[in-house]
Design a protein around this ligand. Sequence first.
Ligand code: ADP
Length: 576
Amino acid sequence: MTITADDIDRMSVEEIHQLIAALTARQNDLELQNADLRSLLECHERLFEKSPIGCVSLDNNGIVQRINQAATSLLGYSSQAVYNSPLKAFIVDDLQNVFDGYLESLLNNQSAQPVNLILKNQDGDPISVECLGSSGLTPDSQEQICLVFNNISPFKESEKKLNETISLLEENIRRKTAHLTESNLALKRSVDELNHSRHQLLEREAKLNSILNASIEGIIVIDTSGIIVSVNAAVENIFGYSAEELIGYSVNLLMPITMRKKQDYYLEKYLRIFVPKVIGQIREVEGLRKDGSLVPLDMTIAEFPLDGMQYYSGIVRDVSARKLQEQQEKEHLEKLAHVTRLGLMGEMASGIAHEVNQPLSAVVNYTQVCLRFIQNENLDLEKISETLKKANQQALKAGQIIHSMREFVKPRKIHRSTVDINELIYDAISIFEADFKQHLITMRFELTKNLPCVIIDRVQIEQVILNLIRNSIDALKELPQFTQRQLSIETSLNPLYYIVVRVKDNGPGLSPIQREKILTPFFTTKASGMGMGLSISRSLVEAHHGTLHFNSKEDKGTTFYFTLPTEKALNGRNPT
Ligand code: ADP
């Protein structure tokens, strides 16, 4: 409210006093307000000066009017040096236009966002700041611009470092990614190669399977506990079982009952201890077909590890046809042997006659003695019966000789039995006693005692011995009269557990040509010879798994020797 001089004239004194009181109170208020304002201003001044943020006020031309400590220390100049200078001069050249534009926008009261600037300090170093400004009027109505500077250099530095770190990281990631991509490619290549190998393996396996299945040999794979793991098509043909009926079952299924009992108990031990010894060797065994019949087999065993497990593969070949042929050959050999035995008997006729004659003469003698006893007046029955007993024994002996001759020549089946070879030799040679006497041959026996027995066909081996002795006698007969004729027969056991029989004479021996041909059929130097004796003897010995050889030199005599395996040797040769 404005009070004019007229208003005062119209006022009463009291009213004027009241007015004066009111005005005084008002003045007091104003003075109080003034004091407040001053202290506010001072406070503002102090805040301006002490603020940690740089503050600058400019006139509307951008000339510095005021600058606080934080701003001067940012620039590195004293406040006097900056005062009244254009602030633009402290901004890097490139950003001076930006700064001008910013001041203009402030003066036009356009709402201005903070702007990033770079100040040049006294040392010429750039200082990044964020600048936020506002414009207004001074108390004397002059346009002024206030700017605050926030030092963002440390932040920029961190940002730079961060960016560097990010770049490094990005580089690292790029490198890692490149490496990973490369590894990935390599992996992909490996996977491709593996797939290729797998494909090839499958192809090879298919080929192998088709080869295995085309094989005429049965292939049975078992694990260490004797369980069948795989079989090929030939196994099905040989044994009559399908693969499904065999896989997962014990290999005992394919073994004869006798073997099976043994294997059941010992299978694990058998595979562990025995099988390694026969790996790669061909063994003759018998298999059991599904229909219960037996099948002769040639078997080889191989051992192989797979995925940390041990397996055995048995390769079996059905040898029924070969066995049949072997049997037929044996029978044929026996037929031939029989024929030659008849010939041998013919050759030994004089010896046989002598052998039989001896007991018959004795019988004649004993019976004559008996007759004389009977004609005597004093009948001595005791003597008669004693003499008759002797006659009886001699008659039996003659019968035995004839019986064994008949046995020797009659057609027969091959029969093997346990034989003491020394005994066989004594029995066989007795027939030649007359020949030895007649041709003045000294016979020597060097038979090793307690030899193990052999399992042989007695007649066949007897035939071999008789043939060798017969040949030696024939050879010795050729020696000039009164030359000492010696024949010896030896038996021994060799380190391989074969019995060795040697027939040695000091006859004329053999020429090199004879040595070459002597064992071939039909070679003979005798007028009535067949030339079959030695070749048949050799076949008979070989049929017993033995061998027949000779040593001979002209004028130095001849030694024939043959071997026969004992049971121990047979077990070593074809173990089960
Ligand atoms: P063979 O007795 O019918 O001639 P072998 O096959 O038994 O038939 O004998 C063949 C040949 O070997 C005899 O004819 C003989 O010439 C020779 N030979 C066999 N043994 C002897 C020997 N101990 N000393 C000299 N020659 C022998």
